[in-house]
Design a binder for this molecule. Structure first.
Ligand code: ATP
Length: 455
């Protein structure tokens, strides 16, 4: 793990870097923006994809017991009656009697308006689901909701997945996708927004084995963040107290991260018992059970639900990666992204724009980009270009210089250590692969390769 110079990062610095370098922009900014909606720019979209893909790899690709799903955002409205959202997906809303700003009750701990100090009203319950209409008629019968979570798409497809894959308990169904909540008090950049993306998995187990699986998933989810480079000191688990739990929940942990505004929820793992499948079975009249060969009975599985936000995870990865290091030119701003998350893996940087270097530089670029997300940059001094790549978290830069024309070798420079090694162009991709941690081999300081097990 790389040491950091900064031990605390202000959110404004991250927001400003995101805007400046094209990670995240305010939504529809030319019209003044739309409060707490954000657009992902050229680097942001790569980073977001990498976060989602790292999750999918850990939850689906590398497992035998989880399959994927991509359900529609708009679902039959009865879904949200059965799930309890129509009745209970509410937050207590209070309003300032003086300035009329609205707040979620727990955001006004002293009972006065945080904006103007005015008196506030008694709380009333406010449903967070966005409503819209399906078809050409705007009437009550055509009301549907933008899903406030992806999980229900999984529960309503339980029987379809079970029958089409012939899965046996325990098994899981994973899904990533957009969710919408009309949050009363969004904020803290992309931490709490009204449109966001979730990564959820419902893991169905035999009743009685749920506690063990619950502990397993709590540990897995915590380790996922640590494995992608988040410092362990900035991560913690918080167990929900019994009075915080929903009536059906048998246990719940938050994975928390030390964000600039303090410890806050990154993701959550819940043991939901048989509540969801039970509700949908009763409400739809369908059979949502799994046949247990051991007992010869049809059982309603219990479910363990690890849920996390793509945007919130991305924010934690950004904040944790951000650093400012003193160097001979002042300060080096660097994002120490894990190679799997870095939006650009390799930069190809010809030493100069001299036309003699151009053909070989382009050739090297063409070879590297076939395997890695690569950026080509030949504008300004090489030092400045290194700094630009450090600031967007590119792990490796490849420099083509005049010597390269003689010896067919190039220089690889590492973002974190700033160390450089010289390697033959024909071995470049293999060495880049090893350095990005994709191959089980080591690169020796002189540019040779060491394959473990071939002594
Ligand atoms: P909170 O209590 O903070 O409103 P929650 O406990 O209701 O959130 P969940 O329903 O458990 O949140 O949602 C699961 C995950 O989805 C959260 O851990 C978070 O990562 C993400 N998430 C939820 N709401 C938002 C939001 N408004 N903006 C961004 N991400 C969100």
């Amino acid at each position: 793990m790389t040491e950091r110079t900064l031990d605390k990062v202000e959110m404004e610095k991250v927001v400003s870097l995101c805007k400046r370098r094209g990670f995240i922009f305010p939504s529809s900014e030319i019209y003044g923006g739309l409060g707490s909606f954000w657009d992902y720019g050229p680097l942001g979209v790569e980073l977001k994809r990498n976060v989602r893909e790292a999750w999918w790899r850990a939850m689906v690709q590398e497992r035998d017991d989880v399959v994927g799903l991509d359900a529609a955002i708009l679902m039959h409205p009865q879904t949200w009656v059965a799930s309890g959202h129509v009745e209970g997906f509410t937050d207590p809303l209070v309003e300032c009697k003086a300035c009329h700003q609205r707040w979620r009750d727990d955001m006004v701990p002293d009972g006065v308006c945080p904006a103007c100090g005015g008196e506030i009203t008694e709380p009333r319950m406010f449903n967070l689901m966005f409503k819209t209409f399906v078809g050409p008629v705007e009437r009550e019968a055509a009301v549907v909701y933008l899903r406030p979570e992806t999980a229900q798409g999984i529960f309503v497809n339980f029987a379809n997945v079970l029958n089409s894959t012939r899965s046996k308990l325990p098994f899981g169904i994973a899904q990533t996708g957009k969710a919408f909540r009309n949050e009363i008090t969004p904020g803290n950049f992309i931490f709490r927004t009204r449109e966001f993306e979730q990564m959820e998995m419902e893991f169905f187990v035999k009743p009685g084995s749920d506690e063990e699986w619950f502990q397993y998933w709590v540990n897995e989810r915590f380790e996922w963040y640590a494995g992608l480079g988040i410092r362990r000191d900035n991560l913690r688990l918080r167990q929900h107290a019994p009075d915080e739990l929903a009536h059906y929940a048998r246990g719940c942990y938050d994975v928390e991260y030390l964000f600039p505004m303090g410890w806050s929820e990154l993701g959550v793992i819940a043991n939901r018992g048989d509540f969801d499948l039970g509700q949908h079975a009763r409400s739809s009249g369908q059979n949502l059970t799994s046949f247990d060969e051991e007992s010869g009975e049809h059982i309603v599985p219990y479910v363990i639900e690890p849920s996390a936000g793509v945007d919130r995870s991305l924010l934690a990865f950004l904040v944790d990666a951000y650093d400012e290091e003193p160097d001979k030119n002042g300060t080096r701003t660097v994002l120490h992204f894990h190679p799997a998350l870095a939006p650009i893996k390799v930069a190809v940087l010809p030493l100069s724009r001299n036309e003699k270097l151009a053909p070989l530089s382009r050739e090297v670029y063409a070879g590297v980009r076939k395997e890695f997300r690569t950026q080509f940059d030949d504008a300004q001094s090489i030092g400045r270009r290194y700094r630009r790549q450090d600031e967007i978290g590119t792990p490796l830069s490849v420099t083509v210089d005049f010597q390269s024309l003689e010896d067919n070798m190039v220089t690889i420079r590492e973002r974190d250590s700033m160390k450089q090694i010289r390697v033959p162009i024909p071995t470049l991709n293999v060495i880049l692969s090893a350095k990005l941690g994709r191959e089980p081999m080591e690169v020796l300081p002189e540019g040779g390769i060491y394959w473990a097990g071939f002594e």
